[in-house]
Design a protein around this ligand. Structure first.
Ligand SMILES: Cc1cc2nc3c(=O)[nH]c(=O)nc-3n(C[C@H](O)[C@H](O)[C@H](O)COP(=O)(O)O)c2cc1C
Length: 382
């Protein structure tokens, strides 16, 4: 990536203040995600879902309606630019390109964890740029559950429409300086829901959300979850590389052991949908428009994508980000055409074929998937 100024990374973790450590971590995460293989080796399980082909679609591919209701707001496509960054001067441009692309395509965008911008006001611009460049689309603020006192400020910093509380115990467990005291997190989330005046969602960052966890979140007033499941970027992998640099052999070993730990994205969407009435965003390993269509067919309102947009946003131009997102849109449109669905609502009620490890997992968890496989026949039989 182009660097305007040297990156502070010579000091060891112990020698840095909390605020400068957070800031340094931001840029290390970007560099590791760009330079190393940080993808899960297990899959999302979307390959175990097949959409039923319709050789007589009787719809016009060009007029398929891809608009979606995103927590009460309109989005032109059911695709979200998932939370990634902000909090280091070099992230300003990245967020600017992502936000310009979101505005051009009229899709929602999340900012990365705002802790660094709240601890250090000089860095607030690296987040604010998102609202400045994306004035008309849903913007999602982002904080950790421990930062109850920062929640309202995080929302106002980016004039957010929605607040996402990130849940990342796997990352914290591998991170050399990670915080693994999770006692009271659900109470913190309940407090945040009370404090802020926008809808609150919770998002995992790559290890998935179970039905049980989703139910607990629903009970404290959260309106949606981003399942952030296994199959894409692995935060155990990212922290593995940081642990190696810190010569932390035990954490590095943990990174290897837990590289693929968690609930695959497709399974997580089904679990949350089975257990709650929450709106679901499917993130984690969404790599094609066909993946997006499968996520929607499981009942998600939208699919989130992070890592695939990082390279064009860092090393390219806004047009490159738009081009990358456009591939997802075209893949989704093609999947909908080939299944004869001219709206997302119709895709959500089409029958699916479910097999492989996903079927085994559903059976072993005792989850009823009858509705997914029988669907509601629209106007033909296969
Ligand atoms: C470089 C990078 C930084 C990220 N930072 C955050 C963050 O600050 N807060 C958050 O909630 N998720 C963060 N994520 C997680 C993503 O939002 C997403 O859940 C995860 O990467 C899985 O999606 P993917 O497989 O498409 O990358 C980050 C992801 C990447 C690639």
């Amino acid at each position: 990536m182009a660097r305007d100024q040297p990156i502070e990374r010579s000091d060891s973790v112990e020698e840095l203040t909390e605020a400068s450590l957070t800031k340094r971590r931001k840029i290390e995460h970007i560099e590791i995600c760009l330079d190393e293989d940080v993808q899960c080796r297990r899959s999302t399980m979307f390959e175990d879902i097949k959409l039923l082909h319709n050789a007589l679609p009787e719809i016009n591919k060009d007029t398929i309606d891809l608009t979606t209701n995103f927590f009460g707001l309109r989005a032109d496509y059911p695709i979200v630019i998932a939370a990634m960054t902000g909090g280091h001067p070099e992230t300003y441009k990245i967020n600017q390109r992502l936000a310009e692309a979101a505005e051009e395509l009229k899709i929602p965008i999340g900012v990365g964890s705002q802790r660094s911008g709240l601890e250090n006001p000089d860095l607030a611009d690296t987040f604010k740029v998102v609202r400045d460049c994306a004035p008309t689309v849903p913007v999602i603020a982002n904080i950790g559950a421990t930062h109850v006192n920062l929640a309202a400020e995080a929302v106002s910093m980016v004039e957010a429409d929605i607040l996402a509380i990130h849940l990342n115990p796997l990352q914290e467990a591998i991170q050399p300086e990670g915080d693994c005291n999770s006692i009271g997190v659900i109470d913190n989330i309940a407090q945040i829901v009370d404090i802020v005046d926008v809808p609150v969602i919770c998002k995992e960052t790559g290890a998935g959300i179970s039905g049980e966890v989703a139910k607990a979140l629903e009970n404290v007033g959260v309106v949606g979850v981003d399942v952030g499941g296994v199959g894409g970027t692995s935060w155990a992998a990212v922290e593995y590389y940081r642990a190696l640099k810190e010569d932390d052999a035990i954490k590095a070993q943990m990174g290897l052991e837990f590289w693929d730990f968690g609930i695959p994205t497709a399974l997580s969407v089904i679990m949350v949908s089975d257990a709650t009435d929450l709106d679901i965003i499917a993130t984690g390993g969404i790599r094609t428009g066909l993946d997006v269509s499968k996520a929607l067919s499981l009942g998600a309102i939208s699919a989130g994508v992070a890592h695939p947009f990082l390279y064009p946003a860092t090393r390219g131009r806004t047009e490159d980000v738009v081009g990358e997102i456009s591939k997802f849109i075209e893949g989704l449109r093609t999947a909908m055409y080939l299944t004869g669905c001219d709206s997302i609502e119709k895709l959500q009620i089409r029958p699916l074929i479910i097999g492989g490890k996903l079927l085994e997992s559903l059976n072993s968890l005792g989850i009823d998937y009858e509705q997914l496989v029988s669907g509601t026949q629209i106007d033909f039989d296969i």
